[in-house]
Design a protein around this ligand. Structure first.
Ligand SMILES: [Cu+2]
Length: 353
């Protein structure tokens, strides 16, 4: 059983790392206190020993352009509680304390100088960027607990790509939260760039019973959820949960052409991405300008698939963004795009699916 394997593995690692874990950071106590009321989305027996009581404060992503075609990126593997449904905490395995992890945006032709720091006391983690050409057995390898690894590879294909931890069993690492989106901006842009008024990011992921390999493999997700990530300063970063993007919708102005960078990180389900009340005028499958489709009602995203979708919102109102596999929408995969005359949130109640 995978869980037993982790438990055994974690005991040894935990002993040497107890000291490091004991270093409470400023602010960590408050976080712990706040989450006391939250019902755990797992039986405590499912939490591997070294993760028991662990809720690591999110370490910010570090990203720096170090040359015209070179970007330095530092990410941290860590264990952090995420609220996935109202009052339900999930002790997620994460990149930088977010699930999905932070959005990465680079330019076509950039070389990524990527460092993964592993703060998880119990197990190795790794990084598999779908956007790069690499030697998986050398460049996507495991980084051991409390170690870091640096890897270099080019991102020569434009698009919207998934990244995820590739440590065995990969299913457990993705299902427990280690996934995210990387955008490689096309050198010559998209042919519709000038028409676009607003842009957002949406990621779809699934949550299962906590760290339960049997449910990951043979079950159905408990929740299918959306999150948004910041494309620019002032945009929001949310975790994959059932409620945030309904309670606090994305906002656009009547008449806007809206672009959304979308990605389905799975791990298991296909997504049928649909926006109620409009037609997807321009779609770039996997975000590549060469894969330009017109006039779609729904975009199918395989597990790991992405797209850029563009549509016009002609009239004010609440536009539901859903996976049109409505069992997924029912489990959480709904976001609201609120369209107002001013383009500001007018505070009026939204009415979504
Ligand atoms: Cu991992």
């Amino acid at each position: 059983m995978g869980r037993k394997f982790y438990t055994l593995m974690s005991i040894a690692a935990a002993i040497s790392l107890l000291a490091a874990c004991g270093n409470a950071r400023p602010g960590e106590k408050e976080t712990a206190k706040e989450t006391v009321k939250i019902e755990r989305h797992h039986a405590s027996s499912d939490v591997i020993a070294a993760h028991e009581g662990l809720n690591q404060k999110p370490v910010p992503l570090k990203m720096e352009r170090i040359g015209p075609h070179d970007v330095k990126i530092e990410m941290t593997a860590q264990v952090t509680d995420i609220e996935i449904d109202k009052g339900k905490a999930y002790k997620a395995w994460t990149f930088n304390g977010q699930a999905p992890g932070p959005l990465i945006v680079v330019n076509e032709g950039d070389t990524l100088h990527f460092t993964l720091k592993n703060m998880d006391p119990a197990m190795p983690h790794s990084m598999d960027f779908h956007a790069v050409h690499a030697s998986p057995s050398k460049d996507f390898v495991d980084v051991m607990p409390n170690k870091s690894g640096t890897f270099t590879y080019p991102a020569n294909n434009p698009g919207v790509f998934m990244y995820h931890c590739g440590t065995k069993p990969v299913l457990a690492h993705i299902a427990n939260g280690m996934h995210g989106m990387i955008i490689v901006k096309p050198k010559n842009g998209y042919p519709t760039d000038k028409e676009v008024d607003r842009e957002f990011v949406l990621i779809q992921n699934e949550w299962y019973k906590y760290n339960d390999m049997d449910d990951f493999q043979n079950g159905v997700p408990s929740y299918v959820v959306f999150s948004t990530k910041a494309l620019k300063a002032g945009d929001r970063n949310t975790n994959g949960d059932t409620f945030t993007l309904k309670e606090k919708p994305l906002v656009a102005k009547a008449g806007d052409k809206v672009r959304i960078y979308i990605e389905n990180v799975g791990p298991n389900e296909v997504s049928s991405f649909h926006v109620v009340g409009t037609v997807l005028d321009d779609v770039y499958i996997d975000g590549n300008p060469n894969n330009h489709l017109k006039g779609l009602q729904t975009v199918m995203l395989p597990a790991s698939g992405g797209a850029v979708v563009e549509f016009t919102v002609t009239r004010p109102g609440s536009y539901s963004i859903v996976s049109h596999q409505f069992n997924q929408a029912q489990k959480g995969a709904v976001a609201i795009l609120k369209v107002t005359e001013t383009g500001e949130d007018d505070g009026a109640e939204t009415n979504g699916h």
